[in-house]
Design a protein around this ligand. Structure first.
Ligand SMILES: [Zn+2]
Length: 316
């Protein structure tokens, strides 16, 4: 029985977007402690505002200011806040219909416990001390018992502010634990011994590496393990001129598709031990293993004569 492997993986990047006139007004308004919604053709007020009517798709531009207090329409207790959530202590996720709005905004409610939260309770915005024109300018909501809804809270607003916010950078991050299946686990175990193990499709007889447990062409399960390489042929390549953060590799360098001997699918690897402008299609290479096994650090030329195009043209 192969040991079940797992590894934490993080995919993270900053997402930069420009704001249209509606989102720009909304976020700039938050900076000024003003909450703006947008009025639809049938007179409803949507908060947060959107650029187009969700029912008719008509363009919406009629901004209105709504209250900074509202009513909880539903909620869920969050006993264990995770990274980058609005509060570090347990809190309630709440949908709040601000006074003057017809829709509810999702945010966090700072409350002592689930017993302190109920649908219909009155809450108000707790503004962030330092506001920059972002949804986080609302630090959270807090209980505001005793106040009554302001029925006439929605008032026309031009949406014009000095120095408006025109764009935001939203950090996107996905943390997850990855467990490879049977085929990949065998592949990874073999890498520890500096071996490359692919799997052969029982139908088309092609050998795939890294193996995925099924033939990507035929869709049938693969079982037969085949050791491929270590030699291989560069089928195509690109020259990388951008230095990646966290990678200690001098640019320019070459990243190539490499068809390992015996495999029918090229895999990726960096080419080292040769000037970037000397790398060519058909060049014969072999892996250079990192200390302690794992993936090859890079591939280097073997010095053999180049492979003929016909031997790898199906894998370019
Ligand atoms: Zn197949």
């Amino acid at each position: 029985m192969t040991e079940v492997l797992s590894a934490p993986l993080v995919v993270e990047f900053p997402f930069t977007r420009s704001l249209g006139p509606v989102q720009s007004a909304f976020l700039t308004g938050l900076r000024e402690q003003t909450v703006l919604g947008v009025r639809t053709g049938d007179g409803r007020v949507l908060v947060p505002p959107v650029e187009y009517d969700p029912v008719t798709s008509a363009e919406l531009r009629e901004l209105v200011e709504v209250g900074a207090a509202g009513t909880v329409t539903t909620w869920a207790w969050n006993p264990d806040p995770s990274r980058n959530q609005p509060l570090t202590t347990p809190f309630a996720w709440v949908l709040v219909r601000l006074d003057g709005a017809d829709t509810a905004i999702l945010h966090a409610l700072d409350a002592n416990g689930p017993d302190a939260v109920r649908t219909g309770m009155r809450v108000r915005i707790r503004w962030a001390g330092e506001r920059v024109g972002a949804i986080t300018d609302i630090a959270c909501f807090e209980p505001d018992d005793g106040t009554e809804p302001e029925e006439s809270a929605a008032t026309p607003h031009t949406g014009e502010f000095a120095d408006p916010v025109t764009g935001i950078v939203a950090p996107a991050r996905l943390d997850y634990v990855y467990s490879p299946g049977r085929a990949q686990s065998r592949y990874l175990a073999a890498l520890e011994d500096s071996k490359m193990i692919g799997e052969r499709c029982p139908s088309c007889r092609k050998v795939y590496i890294p193996p995925r447990g099924a033939c990507p062409t035929c869709g049938v399960a693969t079982e037969e393990q085949v050791e491929v390489g270590p030699g291989g042929t560069v089928t195509t390549f690109c020259i990388v001129n951008i230095k990646a953060r966290g990678l200690d590799i001098e640019v320019p360098y070459v990243y190539a598709h490499i068809a390992l001997d015996g495999a029918d699918l090229a895999l990726h690897g960096r080419i080292g031990g040769i000037r970037y402008d000397q790398v060519r299609m058909g060049m014969r290479v072999e892996p250079v293993w990192s200390d302690g096994g794992g993936f090859p650090d890079h591939y280097r030329p073997t010095g053999e004569p180049d492979a003929g195009y016909d031997t790898y043209k199906e894998m370019v």
